[in-house]
Design a protein around this ligand. Structure first.
Ligand code: PMP
Length: 294
């Protein structure tokens, strides 16, 4: 079976196979990337950090002025209903709120009814080889837009900056890209947060440097603290990755992924056992932080 073939979707109150779900082409989510979304981890115990995801979605909705009919409580219910249809097993939800159908022009005032869609699919799998060697990364030539251009903290449907960074990585024979902000500081990877371990320090760029406030990131910071690391959100440059004892990426669908190289130079794997320790703690923590829905 091809990946995502078993994906299902909640659309207009019904659960359907995702590949059969259709939305109207005048939806501004399709026309302009006008909408917000969440990627949410589903575990055998329920929905991971559900309230935190709803809070991030609601904040993004407020930032762009999208208020679904029935409010975000209704959207939360859609996530729960989709998860029940998916079953008590590992998965990934894509919960989307678009501006809805309107005129061909950009004016959001022509869209009276935001659209809610939820897709459930399986988790991403990293090949054992990649897990062992770590991802080969490049530094993207694209910069992450500043907060006064398009705030990277808003998880909007406008992902072209991220898509093009990923495309550049693929074209240059790498797995993913490190994306810098306009000051040359690391923001994150194309669609995951970035961490470094150096000695007993566990560090990640602050969201003000252009990172999304990832919920895997938040969990890893909490775990790091519990494991006795000195944790900090600190500005990082490319040199910090070469100076690190280990570098890894975090995201809902991917989990924790080790980095093996950057722009053709190897990244140290000296602290790999500590990354594994964080990974192992994350496995149990994700169940503890899941909200039961079944
Ligand atoms: N950064 C970006 C740009 C993302 O899209 C994501 C989600 N894929 C992340 C970071 C990781 O966030 P989370 O841990 O909440 O999935």
């Amino acid at each position: 079976m091809k990946r995502d073939d078993e994906a299902i979707a909640w659309l207009d109150g019904e659960i359907v196979p995702a590949r059969e779900a259709r939305i109207p082409i005048l939806d501004h989510g399709f026309l302009f990337g006008d909408g917000v979304f969440e990627g949410i981890r589903v575990t055998s115990a329920g929905i991971f950090r559900l309230e935190d995801h709803m809070k991030r979605l609601e904040t993004a909705g407020r930032a762009v002025g999208i208020e679904p009919i029935g409010g975000f409580a209704q959207v939360r219910e859609v996530a729960c209903e989709t998860t029940r249809a998916w079953g008590p097993r590992a998965g990934y939800l894509r919960l989307i709120v678009t501006r809805g159908v309107g005129a061909l022009g950009i004016d959001p005032a022509t869209c009276p009814e935001p659209r809610v869609v939820c897709i459930a699919a399986g988790p991403a799998e990293l090949s054992p080889d990649k897990e062992a060697r770590g991802l080969d990364m490049i530094t993207s030539s694209l910069r992450r837009p500043a907060g006064d251009v398009l705030d990277p903290r808003v998880k909007s449907l406008n992902y072209l900056n991220n898509v093009l960074a990923k495309r550049e990585a693929t074209h240059r024979g790498a797995d993913d890209a490190v994306v810098l902000n306009s000051l040359g500081l690391i923001a994150e990877a194309s669609a995951t947060n970035l961490f470094v371990i150096q000695g007993n320090r566990l560090e990640t760029p602050p969201v003000s440097d252009g990172a999304l406030e990832g919920l895997t990131r938040r969990t890893v910071l909490e775990i790091g603290h519990d494991l006795g690391f000195e944790v900090a959100a600190r500005s990082l440059g490319r040199f910090d990755l070469y100076a690190a004892d280990a570098v890894f990426l975090t995201g809902t669908r991917a989990g924790l992924i080790p980095v093996g190289s950057l722009d053709g130079s190897l990244i140290s794997q000296d602290a790999r056992s500590r990354v594994r320790e964080i990974q192992a703690t994350f496995e149990t923590r994700q169940l503890e932080l899941s909200v039961p829905v079944h």
